[in-house]
Ligand binder design. Structure first.
Ligand SMILES: *Cc1c(COP(=O)(O)O)cnc(C)c1O
Length: 357
């Protein structure tokens, strides 16, 4: 894929950039450039370009605004102590976007093109990759949307793929503290045969009312149950779950209607190499309640690119609360392993890191 570059004539100046990178927050500052690729049935993927970051001009009839044909990805670029810049398993994001694309009736962007696009933007905006202090990174957001001007329900005949980037600070300000959860017994995020496994904005739209309920209940995040029996644990709005048992077993809900997290898949491998058996299966809310009460469950954690790994505390529900599990040792161990790998402080024995600069 040929990518042309038009450099910004008004990049953020060094002093302002230093100020932003000192405390980037999350998702509020964007780099000097963005990447765009177009697709049409006759030309395929074409016109890949990096241009100065700026607003899009969309016709009000642009299909994505009406029918939500959209997919996205999320990954990070990490600066190592020698100044080099790396991403974590980007080909996994690429192949997941291909799976999401199939579900959303989009054309598929080949893995090597996806990775080349992400690399190209990171290279052009490399001064935006913060140093590793406080686990800072550059968050990368590839996304694809139905850009045809057309009101009608069929796959868009014009598709746009873009990558934008935003510096990200530590997810946990002032130390890691367990997230508290609200069990939604009214809303689900996905159903059998639906889009639960696709990374598409619609799943987040479906989670917002439940997330608002969680906040009203004084909790940080919502836990979703399956749509058939309202009994089996699915995931949080944007993080997968793991249940650590006193005998060393770890259980995580099986895939199907949940999003196949790359952090989740990596933890399954890591936990295996640390000598743990990981069971991917149905896990019910009763098993959660009874496991914590009896002490059979010693730790619960959630994972995703943004937070990496976060301990789960208490669970609140209309049918009774569940206390926080006793420990966080393995949770913190796994977190350290992953973060150590990503920032180049651990040997990359799995070959998961991809050098960009
Ligand atoms: C992206 C996402 C995750 C986490 O996936 P990672 O690849 O680990 O970042 C989990 N759940 C949902 C709904 C997501 O969209």
């Amino acid at each position: 894929m040929q990518i042309s570059t038009t450099r910004s004539e008004s990049p953020v100046d060094d002093a302002r950039l230093a100020e932003i990178l000192a405390d980037p927050g999350f998702g509020t500052h964007f780099t000097d450039h963005m990447l765009t690729v177009e697709w049409t049935p006759d030309r395929g993927w074409h016109d890949a370009r990096i241009t100065p970051y700026g607003p899009l001009s969309l016709d009000p009839a642009t299909a994505v605004l009406h029918y939500a044909q959209e997919t996205f990805e999320g990954l990070k670029a990490y600066r190592h102590d020698d100044g080099s810049i790396w991403t974590f398993r980007p080909e996994q994001n690429a192949s997941r976007m291909m799976r999401s694309s199939r579900r959303l009736a989009f054309p598929e962007l080949p893995v090597e093109d996806f990775v080349a696009c992400v690399d190209a933007l990171v290279e052009v905006d490399q001064r935006w990759v913060p140093d590793s202090s406080g686990e800072k990174s550059l968050y990368l957001r590839p996304f694809m949307y139905a850009s045809e001007k057309f009101l009608g329900v069929r796959p868009s005949q014009h598709v746009t793929f873009m990558v934008i980037a935003s510096p990200a600070g530590a997810y946990f300000k002032g130390g890691i503290k367990p997230v508290t959860l609200w069990l939604s017994e009214q809303f689900t995020r996905a159903g059998r045969g639906g889009m639960g496994a696709a990374k598409t904005g619609g799943n987040y739209a479906a989670s917002l009312a439940a997330q608002r309920e969680a906040i009203e209940q004084g909790c940080d995040q919502v836990v979703f149950l399956d749509d058939q029996e309202f009994r089996y644990i699915e995931e949080l709005g944007g993080m997968n779950l793991f249940f650590v048992h006193a005998d060393g077993r770890i259980v995580t809900p099986a895939t199907g209607t949940i999003l196949e997290g790359i952090t989740r898949a990596s933890i399954i491998e890591l936990a295996g190499s640390l000598g743990h058996t990981v069971e991917e299966r149905k896990f019910s809310i009763d098993e959660w309640r009874e496991g914590v009460a009896s002490g059979a469950i010693t730790e619960i954690f959630a994972c995703g690119t943004a937070a990496v790994v976060t301990p789960v505390g208490s669970l609140k529900s209309p049918h009774g609360d569940v206390a926080a599990p006793a420990g966080t040792d393995l949770t913190m161990r796994i977190r350290e392993e992953l973060v150590g790998l990503q920032f180049g402080h651990r040997e990359d024995t799995h070959g998961w890191m991809h050098r960009v600069v």
